[in-house]
Ligand binder design. Structure first.
Ligand SMILES: NC(=O)c1ccc[n+]([C@@H]2O[C@H](COP(=O)([O-])OP(=O)(O)OC[C@H]3O[C@@H](n4cnc5c(N)ncnc54)[C@H](O)[C@@H]3O)[C@@H](O)[C@H]2O)c1
Length: 329
């Protein structure tokens, strides 16, 4: 019989799905530092290359597999206390061209995680939700009561995943926690996201391409603040079935973001506007993370300038990756 408390991470059996992704890799590092036994589920590939966890893979229990594989997950979670379910096809643009891949992958993966958690008495499932499910905000700042109006298959799959969590909580009393993160950035982020793209363009003095007129806003949280949030979501008592936003509660125009990056990199890049927002792109995002502050005592510690400096430092050593940008969606 498993002990039912989740007081701290010492000796806790934790599964992180999609563990070599951008956010999960940082989360795995924090869990290791807190002496958790971390099983890292990585999507099968034949290259043998560990994307973002190479430097600390020896401290993880690495399992190659797929969250769409129910029997594998079932065997893997027999002794698991806590699951962080971050595996997803995580790119909005990719989901527009590959709706079936995104929807099947993201929804079936979540369903499998819930099903094995129920069968194996996992003590808590933390789901990586997204502010994308709010769509075009009816009002800002966006709190958790804002209606859900997903505008992309990615967002729809995230909303459906949350509904599944909700249903498992009601039907089986499964202890689930639902997070909704606004835009995250930091070292190791994929090149298909705006901040790595702008940084690489700036570091190479290439013009920075901006969709639309650049007045669209985003609400950015640095990855270490996100990891803090996940750590609190893992162990804070009495938060089962809660839905919480995580945001900086500050709005930044994309053109201003580009200017800050140009400034910090001392770049000669110019802004180039292509005057069309991409399909599914939200013109305004500004979160309200009051509930997370109240329930978890969470707050952001890293300013946008400081976070960008750390991210620029990471990409400085990889600035040749700029050549790969033309292959990204
Ligand atoms: N980055 C953000 O701004 C942001 C904001 C809100 C929510 N999220 C969510 O947080 C999570 C992590 O985001 P990220 O930016 O680190 O994304 P990421 O793409 O870097 O990481 C996702 C990982 O999941 C893996 N994966 C996908 N399908 C899988 C499967 N079937 N089996 C096993 N692994 C699988 C991928 O290989 C990848 O390594 C995602 O669920 C994402 O949707 C991200």
């Amino acid at each position: 019989m498993k002990d039912n408390s989740l007081n701290n991470f010492e000796g806790l059996n934790v599964l992180v799905t999609g563990a070599d992704g951008f956010v999960s890799s940082h989360l795995c590092e924090a869990l290791i530092k807190n002496n958790a036994n971390v099983t890292a589920l990585l999507k099968r590939n034949s290259s043998g290359i560990f994307k973002n966890i190479d430097q600390f893979k020896e401290k993880l229990i690495v399992r190659w597999g797929d969250t769409q594989d129910l029997s594998l997950l079932h065997d893997m979670t027999k002794e698991t206390d806590l699951i962080y379910h971050l595996a997803a096809q995580s790119h909005v643009g990719h989901s527009l061209y590959n709706p079936y891949e995104t929807v099947f992958n993201d929804i079936i993966s979540t369903l499998n995680i819930l099903e094995v958690s129920r069968k194996n008495d996992v003590k808590r499932v933390v789901h990586a939700g997204s502010s994308e499910i709010y769509g075009d905000p009816k009002s800002v700042p966006i709190d958790e009561t804002h209606p859900l109006q997903p505008r992309s298959p990615y967002a729809a799959a995230k909303a459906a995943s949350e509904n599944l969590l909700e249903s498992y909580h009601h039907s089986y009393k499964l202890p689930v926690v639902m997070s909704r993160f606004f835009n995250i950035y930091g070292p190791r982020q994929g090149l298909d996201q705006v901040i790595p793209k702008f940084i690489l363009q700036a570091l190479n003095d290439h013009d920075i391409t901006i969709y639309g007129d650049g007045t669209q806003t985003r609400d950015y949280t640095f990855v270490s603040d996100v990891v803090d949030a996940y750590m609190l979501l893992g162990t804070t008592e009495k938060i089962e079935h809660k839905v919480m936003n995580f945001s900086s509660d500050k709005e930044l125009m994309i053109k201003d973001l580009a200017e800050i990056i140009i400034d910090l990199t001392k770049s000669n890049s110019k802004l180039e506007f292509d005057n069309q927002l991409r399909t599914g792109e939200t013109p305004r995002l500004l979160g309200n993370s009051h509930l997370a502050r109240e329930l978890l005592g969470w707050k952001t510690n890293v300013s946008i300038e400081e976070g960008l400096k750390q991210t620029i430092e990471f990409f400085q050593e990889r600035k040749d990756l700029v050549d790969n940008l033309k292959f990204m969606v």
